[in-house]
Design a protein around this ligand. Structure first.
Ligand code: UD1
Length: 408
């Protein structure tokens, strides 16, 4: 592969930012919005709630002046995990919410106990019955100190959304520090919120009277960047990756370097990756909350190591069922053993194309990475998972010399 790849806007930033728009009760214009199915589901939720929306050329416009409903239908809630983010946003916007439990990729049990416990500390009354959550904040939420037992990304976002208009000060400790959290904070501050954060995981939110609309550009998608880099690495390619924030992928750069790739920053927002004829193995990759190695990058990077020289070891610390791609990689000729949290990849000389089935979003990306380096044709089904998070991945890969075709 050779040429340039421009990275799309971040999926995990845009989803909470679009939910946050309903607190503004005004018009928000969001640039660099990726054209992915999760954004289209969010658009449907916003329209159901009474917002006006437009989405064209990666610009999303939301007008939430006439938001009228406080519930989200079960069929929309089930379509993606991040629909739970509407809980904090609705409570801030309307003082109440009625949601069913969220869906999304099956990565093991994904409870929302941290969200619920923290909301309750702010005075939110939550009634859980028949799979529905009925929430009411009475005369308003009250700022308080919340120490998370784990830095959950979704719970941190939900509590930020719930506390922007709360009475007084909310202090979140052991909060998630992912770049997408910081992006949400920057967006809300641009809308008039008063949120400060520090790199030790403390976020201080002073409740304000109201938010107003704004224009904002979301950050590039770091996981898409890592996925394309893994594709380049496993095909001995030489590609410029544009529209990145290098700091946001700094925990993954050493993984590519250990594998023998040469990474050269070009400017503030692009780098060049040159891969060797055969990659070296990666000794140990452990997924951790940010700034550690991201769990979302585990599958595409594992696909890259399947043909590396030597043994690579992965430890998945964030989700309990995030090795579903392994069975499919085995069909392509990979040699991987999994025990509990640990996966051991013995690099093979070559993968060979086969029919495989994606079972989650990043697993789908892993199958593309593996299929690109495999001898012969790989046929991947389950593209609905891929489309949740990657904008026109086949077009992007074809532009740098891959042969990827979508068939009905
Ligand atoms: C977000 C990301 C997802 C990423 C994950 C971890 C979005 C839309 N999704 O998901 O791509 O893989 O962060 O970086 O931004 N947990 C609990 N109780 C809770 C909440 C979480 O036990 O109340 C557990 C989860 O089951 C999981 C771990 O904490 O094992 C991490 O979850 P969390 O950080 O909340 O991830 P999500 O927000 O779901």
């Amino acid at each position: 592969m050779e040429g340039e790849v421009k990275i799309q806007g971040s999926k995990n930033s845009i989803l909470p930012i679009l939910a946050a728009c309903i607190i503004c009760k005004d018009e928000c214009i969001i640039h660099n919005c990726p054209n992915i199915s999760d954004v289209h589901i969010t658009k449907k939720i916003l329209e159901y709630l009474g917002c006006k929306t437009e989405f064209e050329n990666n610009v999303f416009v939301v007008n939430s002046k006439n938001i009228s409903k406080n519930d989200i239908p079960d069929n929309l809630m089930r379509k993606m995990r991040s629909s739970i983010i509407f809980m904090g946003a609705l409570v801030s916007s309307l003082g109440s919410a009625c949601l069913s439990l969220p869906g999304g990729c099956e990565l093991g049990p994904r409870p929302i106990d941290i969200h619920i416990d923290s909301f309750r500390q702010m005075g939110l009354k939550i009634n859980e019955r028949h799979g529905k959550l009925k929430c009411d904040c009475g005369s308003g939420l009250i700022g308080c100190n919340i120490a998370f037992s784990f830095p959950s990304v979704g719970a941190t976002e939900n509590l930020i959304l719930a506390s922007v208009l709360a009475k007084g000060t909310t202090i979140l400790t052991n909060a998630a520090k992912e770049p997408e959290i910081i992006d949400l904070i920057h967006f809300l501050n641009k809308c008039g919120a008063d949120i400060k954060y520090s790199h030790n995981g403390t976020i201080i939110i002073e409740g304000v009277e109201r938010l107003h609309g704004t224009e904002y550009t979301v950050i590039p998608d770091r996981i898409a960047a890592i996925t394309y880099m893994a594709a380049v690495a496993s095909t001995s390619g030489s590609v410029v990756i544009k529209n990145i924030v290098e700091d946001n992928i700094s925990s993954v750069i050493p993984i590519f370097e250990e594998a023998g790739c040469i990474i050269n920053p070009i400017d503030k927002c692009s780098l060049k990756i040159d891969a060797p004829a055969r990659l070296y193995c990666n000794r140990l990759i452990r997924t951790m909350p940010y700034p550690g190695f991201p769990t979302d990058a585990q599958a595409p990077i594992m696909a890259m190591t399947t043909t590396a020289d030597g043994t690579s070891v992965f430890v998945e610390n964030i989700f309990s069922n995030r090795y579903k791609h392994v069975g499919e990689l085995l069909r392509l000729g990979a040699d991987i053993k999994v025990e509990d949290k640990v996966a051991i990849v013995e690099g093979v000389k070559r993968l060979s194309g086969a029919k495989v089935n994606a079972m989650d979003l990043r697993g789908a990306a892993a199958l593309i990475v593996a299929g690109l380096s495999a001898e012969g044709t790989t046929e991947i089904s389950g593209l609905e998972y891929l489309d949740r998070g990657y904008e026109k991945i086949e077009e992007t890969l074809c532009k740098v010399g891959a042969y990827v075709k979508r068939v009905e």
